[in-house]
Write a protein that binds this ligand. Structure first.
Ligand SMILES: *Cc1c(COP(=O)(O)O)cnc(C)c1O
Length: 231
């Protein structure tokens, strides 16, 4: 193994430890319990060696944003680490749903009826339901995925009651140039009204704020694995 490779694995292990410490400190400041937040290590565009460095250290929860990329990296890793869990955190096309429900444990980016219906159809074929979170476009940005806040309640209820999906939570990606706190607070409010227990919010730059606003899952990539090479 090259020195560079060993180096980057040591870095991943250290970064993971540091982030976990910061999560614990943020939980304490918010007078929340030690295990109230789960860390999703976002491994998109990262090489398998770095992912394995986290797995070797006992980390088991990961996020990927593309079905095709996950299909190349994860089947082999899941054989080696069968208890690893994978969340889809990027947009999902209906023609990829069949593959997605085979690869992922949770789909965090449900945001339209056609997608909900396809997830149900493929889940019935597979014989097991997949857990979904609904993505909310809290900033109402045109180019961003997610249902608008005003439509979120109706959409979630329709997915639960009519389509029959297992919706456990909400996720959001705040606009880059706005105060994340406002968006985290809004997402928490909507989840509260719907009695959904899970809030997936907060990334490398704002996860501590997200924890203060009740995040149950934070999605952290670059602070663990380093800057993504082609982004
Ligand atoms: C890439 C990505 C993350 C992680 O972002 P970092 O800033 O690298 O921590 C979190 N959530 C989503 C949806 C992403 O696409």
């Amino acid at each position: 193994m090259s020195i560079n490779k060993v180096d980057s694995q040591i870095n991943v292990a250290n970064n993971l430890m540091l982030i976990n410490q910061k999560i614990q400190a943020a939980l304490k400041r918010a007078t929340r319990q030690k295990d109230d937040v789960q860390l999703i290590a976002v491994s998109k565009v990262q090489p398998v060696e770095k992912i394995e460095a986290a797995l070797v250290k006992g980390h088991r929860l990961f996020g990927e944003n593309r079905v095709q990329e996950a299909a190349l990296k994860w089947p082999a890793l899941k054989i080696k680490y069968p208890d690893a869990k994978l969340h889809l955190i990027g947009p999902l096309q209906t023609n990829k749903v069949k593959d997605a429900i085979m690869l992922f444990d949770v789909i965090e980016t449900l945001d339209r009826l056609k997608l909900a219906e396809e997830i149900k159809k493929q889940s019935v074929k597979k014989g097991s339901d997949i857990t979904c979170y609904v993505q909310v476009n809290t900033g109402e940005e045109e180019q961003k995925a997610g249902v608008f806040p005003a439509e979120a309640e109706k959409f979630v209820k329709h997915c639960q009651d009519t389509v029959g999906l297992n919706i456990k939570g909400l996720m959001c990606i705040p606009p880059v140039n706005e105060e994340s706190a406002l968006h985290f607070s809004l997402l928490g409010e909507i989840a509260g009204r719907l009695k959904l227990p899970i809030l997936s919010m907060g990334m490398s730059d704002d996860f501590e704020t997200a924890i203060a606003f009740g995040a149950t899952h934070v999605r952290i990539g670059s602070s663990i694995f380093g800057r993504r090479e082609n982004s």
